[in-house]
Ligand binder design. Sequence first.
Ligand code: DON
Length: 303
Amino acid sequence: MDYQHVIEQVMSATKPHVGEGKVADYIPDLARVNPKQFGFAIATVDGQVYSDGDVDVPFAIESISKVFALALVLSKGDDKIWDRVRREPSGLAFNDLIELEVENGIPRNPFINPGAIVTADQLLVDTGDAVAALRTLLRAETGNPKLEVDSVTAESELRTGERNRAIAYLMSSFGNMVNPVDLALDHYFRQCSFSITCAELAKAGLIIARHGLRADGSRLLERSDARHIIALMATCGTYDEAGNFAYRIGLPIKSGVGGGLLAVVPGKCAVAAWGPALDPKGNSVSGAVALETFAQVSGLAVF
Ligand code: DON
């Protein structure tokens, strides 16, 4: 595969769409990001990285962290998380409360906010420090020893996190939180605030593309658990747009309101796109065009 050629096609198709959409403003720190940026990176399972655009500009990982938090929980070889969260698309916004009330405090999947808060709570139980566990993993896989939580973003998330608090207390009322709500949320807000570049995100995504193998060749996840994560990315990774993304792009993808999109082509590569301006559902507009072009030009769509 001539990935350099693929990237050239992606960059020219995406250019007219850079800046289209609206940066997330419900977290004030995200609203200050320049929407006219765009980066695209492909990391292949044999360790090559191809990239173009603003690939070295750090941005907030946001909901893409949910993939890595779930991977760490599943790496403990314990299925108990599946008693606390289901594996179905929600069909509703990532921070919806109604379904959670009707369904007795059990979130639909680990990639909407309630499911991710439960996963962060479980990771805290499993490791004693969910953020530290994620930091260690992300540093090792990206090769960036300085990768860190952006404290300004984390403070902004904490200050404006009333909806997430409502979600966590609702789950707590159903007995689906182990740690005190504030403690679990502190880890959740900070996990969303890791500052990462597009090239780093693609490299970290290789854990999933390699079906659980880490950069150093050791195994983080059983192959079957990596496959489970890939299935959840395809069905739930872009919230209530997952059907449309599967139709348009045809790859397992996880998005974040920082404008990042992480796609995996199992056994081949991980692809990261970043454009901070979002569509109304919270997914990057330019990133989606880029991944659509990537899938068309490379022929790597999985469906
Ligand atoms: O909890 C929140 O609202 C954010 N920290 C993360 C949400 C997010 O990225 C959803 N994504 N599209």
